[in-house]
Design a protein around this ligand. Structure first.
Ligand SMILES: NC(=O)c1ccc[n+]([C@@H]2O[C@H](COP(=O)([O-])OP(=O)(O)OC[C@H]3O[C@@H](n4cnc5c(N)ncnc54)[C@H](OP(=O)(O)O)[C@@H]3O)[C@@H](O)[C@H]2O)c1
Length: 249
């Protein structure tokens, strides 16, 4: 039976692949037939991801995406791609009162600026094939605030607006752009966020009717958005929250 739910013959760039969601997106994409190009800053953890990939011809790049030279070197050494899943990001919890300019720069540089600069460089160097699918990681926090999340949530609201604008500007080239909007997913960032909210795992996980998310849940959604199965979907935000937002009121 022929199915559009695969990534055979597709090449996909995945950032933040040395940990958490990005690592699982890379593994699942390779299992679904894609050739993947993975990036992260930590070489040891990126190597670990690389070893878990299925199939051949994958490539890995140790790179700080905030550094212009390193970022451009990665893009320039890539062949054309059919998909990007931008998972690199940080959380940096801080009460509104204590946010300083250095915190804004530190967070926005990776959560927002790097996405914008990656995409513009990829476009200018004509590295995006027709029908490329761009996938960005937003967060449920962009819609449901929590204490200490002002800066992080604002960066995710920015990426959603940016993605919708790409979808509008680039539809003529067949390029699609969508965001995944997860609530809490069990990764190293999850532990950091709980600390920022002053909550224990027991206090927090009870709020999720379907339990806390797994990296696999997000990776499966990324595969769908990269595949031809979603060819008619662009400019959307795919929320996935295990029922959390159904129980807030
Ligand atoms: N986990 C959640 O609950 C959750 C919920 C909603 C949205 N998200 C979003 O999903 C994405 C992935 O989150 P995660 O939970 O998988 O986080 P994670 O486990 O902390 O992984 C973050 C990744 O980003 C990379 N990264 C950070 N700064 C970088 C930089 N300057 N240059 C290059 N790479 C950089 C890290 O690389 P190194 O480790 O090699 O430095 C790591 O691979 C993030 O955008 C996050 O905001 C997560």
């Amino acid at each position: 039976m022929s199915t559009p739910f695969h990534l055979n013959n597709k090449t996909v760039l995945i950032t933040g692949a040395s940990s958490g969601i990005g690592r699982q997106v890379a593994i699942t994409c390779s299992e679904m037939g894609a050739t993947v190009f993975i990036t992260g800053r930590d070489k040891t953890r990126l190597d670990e991801t690389f070893k878990l990939l299925k199939g051949n011809n994958h490539k890995q790049f140790t790179c700080d995406l905030v550094n212009e030279t390193e970022r451009n070197t990665v893009i320039d050494s890539l062949p054309n791609i059919d998909g990007l899943v931008h998972c690199a990001g940080i959380v940096l919890p801080a009460p509104v009162k204590f946010i300083e300019e250095k915190h804004i720069r530190q967070l926005m540089e990776i959560n927002f600026d790097s996405a914008v600069l990656l995409v513009s460089r990829l476009l200018r160097s004509k590295k995006l094939n027709k029908d490329t699918s761009l996938v960005f990681m937003s967060s449920i926090g962009a819609h449901f605030p929590y204490n200490g999340g002002a800066l992080y949530n604002a960066s995710k609201a920015a990426i959603e607006a940016y993605s919708r604008n790409i979808a509008r500007e680039l539809h003529g080239s067949g390029i699609r752009s969508n965001c995944i909007v997860p609530a809490m997913v069990n990764t190293p960032m999850y532990d950091e966020t709980l600390k920022g909210m002053n909550l224990t795992e027991e206090q927090y996980s009870g709020k999720y009717p379907l339990g806390i998310g797994k990296p696999e849940d997000v990776a499966n959604a990324a595969v769908f958005l990269l595949s031809q199965a979603s060819r008619w979907i662009t400019g959307t935000n795919l929320s996935m929250d295990g029922g959390y937002t159904l129980t807030i009121l």
